[in-house]
Design a protein around this ligand. Sequence first.
Ligand code: NAD
Length: 323
Amino acid sequence: MKKIQAFLFSFIFLLGLAACGNDMKEMETDTSIDYNPKVDTNKENNVVSFGFENHTVTLNSGYKMPINGLGTYSLHGDVCVRSVKSALKNGVRLIDTASAYGNEEEVGQAIREAIGEGIVKREDVFVITKIYPGSEMANPESSIQNCLNRLNIGYVDMMLLHHHDKNDVKAYKAMEQFVKNGKIRSIGLSNWYVEELTDFLPRVNITPALVQNEIHPYYQENDVIPFIQEKGIVVQGWYPLGGRGHSVELLEDTVISEIAKAHDVSSAQVILRWNLQKGVVVIPGSSNPNHIKENTELYHFILNENEMDRINALDRNEKHDWY
Ligand code: NAD
C-alpha cells in the first residue's frame, strides 16, 4: 500500500514538475513573463498546495504560511530586533525562532514595534517557535505558555517540538490542547525523519502541519522530503545555506556559482530557489540587511531542469549538525 502511495505521489509530483518545466519553456520565449508560476503539488487526499503566485503554502491546518522567511538562530538583543524589523520592512512575513534560541522576547518586541509603526498587521506575520527536550517537554503546558508570554504577540502561528524526546508525545498532546483553545494555530515537528515519523504519527491526534529538518545542497534528504510531503505535511529546511561555518564553501561551489552567474543572481538566491522548486520552505538566517533583502528576491527567475539536476547531483549526505 505504501509503495502504491509513494508511486502515486512521485507520479503526481513529476507531473507538477513537468508542468513547471513547460511554464519555464514558455517563459524563455514570452516577454510578458509571469515570474510566479503555479507549482502545485495538490493531491486528492493530502493537500500540499505550494504556490509561487502568492509566495505561500496552505497548511493541512487550513492556514496559509509564507514560503520564504527569516531564521533567527544566534540573533540576540538589538541585532535580533533590527534584523526582524529589517526583514518585515522588506516583505518577509515568516519568522522562525525557538525557546532554545533565547530570543523570543526580541522577536516579539520587533513584531510589536513593526505593528506599532504600521509596517505590518499581526495577522500578516507568521511566527514559528519551538519547545525543547528535557525539562520543557516534561512540563509542556508551562513551557508552551512561557513561549507565548515571551513572544507576547497574542497567539503563535506555529509551535514545533524541537527534537524528539521521551516526553514528545505528551508534549505534542499539550500543543494539541493549545490549538483547541486558540493560542496556537498550527503544530509540527523538527528533526523528525522517516523512522521517527512512522512511530510518532499514529500516536497523536492532529497531523503535524510541518516538519523542519536540515536541508541544503550537500545534505538533501531526497528520501525524507517526499515521504513527508506525501502525507500532506509541509517540509521546511533549516541551514538552507549550509549553516554557519559552512556557508562559504557552499556559496562558492562551482556549480552553484555558474548557475548564479547565468541568472545574474547570487549563489544564496540559487540555493533558496532550488529549495522552493522542490517544495521546501526556506528560512535563511542573517543580520545583514542586504542579505535579508536579497534572500526575499527569489521570484524573478526559474531554475531549469538541467540546473535543478546539477544541484541535485551535489548531494554528499553531509550533515552540518548532529540532529
Ligand atoms: P543559514 O544556512 O541560513 O545561513 C548561514 C550563513 O549564511 C549565515 O552566516 C548568514 O550570515 C549567511 N547568509 C545569509 N544570507 C546570505 C546571503 N544572501 N549571502 C551570503 N551569505 C548569507 O544558517 P542558520 O541561520 O543557522 O539557519 C537558518 C535557520 O534555521 C536558523 O536561523 C533557525 O531559525 C533555523 N534552524 C533550525 C534548527 C532546528 O533544529 N530546527 C537548527 C538550526 C537552524
